[in-house]
Design a protein around this ligand. Sequence first.
Ligand code: PRT
Length: 108
Amino acid sequence: MIDLEVIHRVQETLIARKDAAPDSSYVASLYAKGTDAICKKVAEEAAEVIMAAKDGDRLHLVREVCDVWFHTLVLMTHFGIGVDDVMMEFRRREGISGIDEKKSRGTK
Ligand SMILES: N=c1c2ncn([C@@H]3O[C@H](COP(=O)(O)OP(=O)(O)OP(=O)(O)O)[C@@H](O)[C@H]3O)c2ncn1[C@@H]1O[C@H](COP(=O)(O)O)[C@@H](O)[C@H]1O
């Protein structure tokens, strides 16, 4: 299993891009366009994930999922949310997952 090191590394780059000139990189230009433009990219990439899921090409789907994760990471970084914040939320949900498992078995 590959750990989350790569995502942390990419987020470090995204943090550094906050101080970069808008025309110096793709991410810096997205920050300069603002929240609406970043959200639009997330929505576009999510739509592309759906299309890839329907065309049945596994590699295409992996690449589109990577695009949506990446643009979500840009959005998170724009709002000062770290990878660890989301990992903590996953861990919290793991702690309550027993309740959901019972529900899915119909035992309440
Ligand atoms: N992981 C990525 C990554 N994934 C996708 N993209 C870019 O996201 C853009 C949008 O993808 P699209 O499929 O919509 O392509 P497009 O139609 O050309 O894009 P638009 O003109 O519509 O915005 C493309 O330009 C991709 O190159 C990425 N750009 C950067 N990264 C990472 O972010 C770091 C910082 O990037 P820069 O700020 O560009 O140096 C890089 O070192 C990488 O690690």
